[in-house]
Design a binder for this molecule. Sequence first.
Ligand code: PMP
Length: 408
Amino acid sequence: MNAADLRKQFPILQQEVNGHPLVYLDSAATSQKPASVIEAVKAYYEHDNANVHRGVHTLGSRATDAYENAREKVRRFLNARSTEEIIFTRGTTSALNLVASSYGRAVCGEGDEIVITPMEHHSNLIPWQQVAKATGAVLKYIPLQPDGSIRLEDVESVVTDRTKIVSVVYVSNVLGVINPVKEIAAIAHRHGAVMVVDGAQSTPHLKVDMQELDCDFYAFSGHKMCAPTGIGALYGKKELLERMEPIEFGGEMIDHVDLYESTWKDLPWKFEGGTPIIAGAIGLGAAIDFLESIGMEEIDRHEKQLTAYAMDRMKEIPGLVIYGPQSGRVGTITFNLDDVHPHDVATALDAYGVAVRAGHHCCQPLMRWLNVTATARASLYLYNTEEDVDRLVAALLKAKEFFGHAIG
Ligand code: PMP
C-alpha cells in the first residue's frame, strides 16, 4: 500500500490549515473519511432513504437490504459466526453500557468481582463502577508494569472463581499498548468469567477475529475506522445475548405488544430499539469495504513501520517523554515536552497545520498512574506518511524553541 496515494482519497486532507498543508495526527479521536464512504452515505440519502424492517414499498426494502447487508459486512470483518451476534450501537460507549447494564447487572451479586485495568477509557470503567455500586460486586484492577503493559501472571492472581466479568481494552488510546486479550480471555474462562473487550482502538488497526480471540463481547466504533460518527457495534456470543434482556424498549425491538405484557424480536433486533442509524450502518459497510480493499495486514504493516520511524524521530527531541512501551504497540504516541502544558504544545503545533490532541484522553485514572495531569498525543493512521512525521518533529522543535525562550 502507498499511503501518499491513499491520502488522495480523503477529501478533507487536501486542505491547508493556518497556511500549511494539513497533517492530521488525531485519528485515535476520530479518523477521516474516504470519498467512497462519503459517497455511500450520500447515495443512500439520494436514492434509497426509508425506514427499515417495516416498509412494504420498494425504498423500504432497499433500505432494509442495505442496512442488513452492512451487518453481514461487520460479521465477516470480525469473523463472527452469525449476524445474530452483531448488534448495531452508537459506538463503543453504548455497546459497553449495553453489556454492563444488561449482562453485568443480571449476573453480578454481593461479593462477586469485576476485573478491569487502570488503563481503561472512562467508557470501559464507569459502566463497571455503576454495576459494582448497584449489585455489591467488587471492582478489581490488574496492575500495570512501569511501561504500561500487563503481565499474565498478574491477571492470574487477580482473577478468581468469584470473578464474573473481565473487561480489558485491546489497544490503549493513551499508551498504544496491544494487550494480550486472547490469553486474558482464556484465564477468565478458566474461572467461569466472561471476557469483554473494548475494541475502539484495535479494530481500526489490527485484523481482529472473534473466533480466534474467543472473547464473549467485543465493542467498537465506526468513526475511528473511516466510517461516520454515530455507528458502531457490539459483538456478543449468541448463547449470552439470547439470555440477556434489552435495555432499550419501544419500537422496532418488539414481537408482540399487549396492554400489560410484551415480547421481543429475535437476535439481533431485540437490542435495537427505535429507528436505527441506517445511513451510519451503510457508511460503516463502505468503510469496511475500503479497509478490506487495502487489507488489514497491510494497514498493520504500514503503521508498524511508520510508528517505529516516528518513535525514533521523536526521540531526537531533547526533553520529550513518550509514554507506553517501545514495542508491541500501535501508532498512538502520547508524550509531553519539557514542562510545557500539552494544550500549549497542541496549540503551537496547530499553528504549523499539525493536528494533535491534548488532555486526559478520557483516562483520568491512567493520568494519575502516569503522574501527569494531561499529555499530548499524536495518533497515526493508514493515510499518514513519513513526511507527516517529519512535519510533526519540525513543529515540535519550533515549539520547543519558542517555549524555551518564553520560559527562559
Ligand atoms: N474506548 C477507547 C479505548 C477509546 O479510545 C474510545 C474513544 N476515544 C472509547 C472507548 C469510546 O468510544 P466512543 O466515544 O466512540 O463511544
